[in-house]
Design a protein around this ligand. Structure first.
Ligand SMILES: Cc1cc2nc3c(=O)[nH]c(=O)nc-3n(C[C@H](O)[C@H](O)[C@H](O)COP(=O)(O)OP(=O)(O)OC[C@H]3O[C@@H](n4cnc5c(N)ncnc54)[C@H](O)[C@@H]3O)c2cc1C
Length: 487
């Protein structure tokens, strides 16, 4: 969504660098508090890694790649409420998730029973794919997960998830069937390259919280929040400027004074929020050459983005009634998750399915041609719905994203930086910062609330999710658990 270029003001109350979810949400929160905010975005359009645009070939607004929202995206959903677009999420009715495994569709349910009892309805599903001994091999892990707190799990960050699961004697079958699928879909890395702390964070919440459900944007990703945020920022005299890459920060005597743009101009502000991905933070700070920021610059270099190949296929017929399904992990696979946008987006007209899907991490095959990606996707669709074999592809689009989401490699959980920095007036936001939430739109939204709250001297961020029910009770009673609430 290109927006008309305007000159940025030479000074403002707060400068936000980056117009992704984190930058726009932070700027909106600051504008709502009456500040005149200037947002500088390097690209021609805002939205960052959660953006969409009109695609003439597909004749519709399509996303960089399909995104899901979950009931745990509480900070993200609160901002959508504020922007008046919370109704642009279509929530998934039961089942929670349909899994395609060895040609069979398995339905995973989500019930609101007291944790961990909410897991019971899915045990028969799991037992169709692994033995009782495999399922029970989780008991040591479950015990540890029930008692560990967010702060306690961080001690696991030095280990990789595969060694950690094996050290707790989780069976190889359970590792291959459950863990490889879950971590690739949710954390975008193979087990061997995943921090045990990141894996534990996911598992303890799966075990200790119930009623989890998914929602899908019914409009293009940008349409959910970008124009609404821009309107809110402008209403308070602020501006969102595109094609305005920041080259260096202006830091004097340990205090930020503003930023210098690549085009030679400068913006001055007493507050500056850097809301860009770690692979952009590292070169920005290297050019800034401020000794106080050297540790942060070093930390940012350690974050590597997980690659994604996201494809859109307009088909000449409907594939079935499902609007969302996923494949159980298989190293030969291309795609992990599939969406039929014809069942999600009212703007999709015509009689056929519009399939969107994501190929993640080691399965992304960035080197494949479009034809290879489309052919393989059709094979995977036929395994889901045999009628796909007779379908015709009317139009297709393949997006290769080299760095979609920061990989939670061992050691990186400890490196996720606070929203506060060693420089006065300088704050950080972005999915990769220390939010106690996996890198996602929710992490970006929570980081925005943390940074805006620091500027305003208020507590704006909703807390990160915590376990409850019988599992929460075990955590609270555990002597080993540090009971510090999350920031
Ligand atoms: C294909 C794909 C699928 C995903 N699926 C999901 C999902 O299902 N659910 C979910 O919650 N999340 C998902 N994500 C992750 C989610 O999109 C990101 O976590 C989130 O959008 C990150 O927002 P951010 O604001 O932190 O960073 P970004 O979106 O990266 O925003 C940073 C902005 O800063 C700009 N910038 C960089 N350098 C400069 C500079 N020097 N000067 C000015 N501007 C600069 C960039 O151009 C960018 O617009 C997915 C991401 C992708 C790519």
């Amino acid at each position: 969504m290109p927006i008309p270029a305007t000159a940025s003001p030479a000074s403002c109350d707060a400068l936000v660098i980056g117009a992704g979810v984190a930058g726009l949400f932070c700027a909106t929160a600051l504008a709502d508090a009456g500040l005149r905010v200037c947002v500088l975005e390097a690209r021609a359009e805002p939205g960052g890694r959660a953006r969409s645009w009109f695609d003439a070939r597909m004749a519709m607004e399509i996303d960089i790649g399909p995104h899901v929202v979950s009931s745990e995206h509480v900070n993200f959903l609160r901002m959508l409420e504020r922007l008046g677009s919370a109704d642009r999420i279509a929530w998934q009715p039961d089942p929670l998730l349909t899994l395609l495994d060895a040609g069979e569709l398995l339905a995973a349910a989500s019930v609101r029973w007291t944790p961990p009892l909410h897991g019971l309805p899915n045990i028969p599903v799991a037992l169709r794919r692994m033995s009782l001994a495999d399922a029970l091999s989780h008991w040591r892990l479950s015990w540890q997960a029930a008692r560990v707190s967010e702060s306690g799990l961080r001690a696991l960050d030095t280990q990789d998830a595969a060694s950690w699961l094996r050290s707790l004697q989780v069976s190889e079958r359970a590792i291959d069937w459950f863990w490889r699928s879950a971590l690739l879909a949710m954390l975008n890395v193979p087990l061997e390259q995943c921090s045990a702390a990141a894996a534990m964070r996911i598992f303890r919440l799966m075990q200790g919280r119930s009623g989890y459900h998914f929602g899908f944007p019914t409009v293009g990703l940008s349409q959910m929040y970008v124009p609404q945020c821009i309107a809110a920022i402008r209403a308070r005299g602020g501006e969102v400027r595109t094609q305005a890459a920041v080259r260096t920060l202006d830091v004097q005597d340990g205090i930020v004074r503003g930023a210098h743009l690549r085009d030679g101009s400068a913006v001055r502000a007493p507050w500056c929020v850097v809301a860009i991905a770690p692979w952009n933070v590292a070169p920005l700070l290297a050019r800034t050459r401020e000794a106080r920021l050297a540790p942060l610059q070093q930390a940012a270099t350690r974050f590597i983005g997980a690659p994604y190949t996201s494809s859109y296929l307009a088909l000449d017929r409907r594939l079935g009634e499902q609007r969302f399904w996923a494949r159980v992990w298989n190293p030969q696979d291309l795609n992990t998750d599939f969406y039929d946008l014809a069942k999600i987006r009212p703007a999709v007209t015509g009689g056929g399915s519009l399939i969107a899907c994501n190929a993640i991490g080691p399965n992304a095959h960035l080197e494949w041609s479009d034809a290879q990606v489309i052919d393989r996707t059709l094979v995977e669709l036929e395994e889901f719905a045999p009628s796909a074999g007779a379908t015709r592809v009317l139009a297709a689009r393949v997006h290769r994203i080299r760095a979609a989401i920061p990989q939670p490699r061992p050691g990186t959980e400890a490196l996720r930086p606070s929203h506060r920095t060693a420089v006065g007036g300088l704050l950080l936001a972005g999915d990769w910062t220390d939010t106690s939430v996996p890198c996602s739109m929710e992490s970006a939204a929570r980081s925005a609330a943390l940074a805006a709250g620091a500027v305003l001297g208020q507590q704006l961020a909703l807390p990160a999710p915590e376990t409850y029910g019988l599992v929460g009770l075990l955590r609270e009673r555990s002597p080993a658990t540090a009971r510090k609430p999350c920031a």
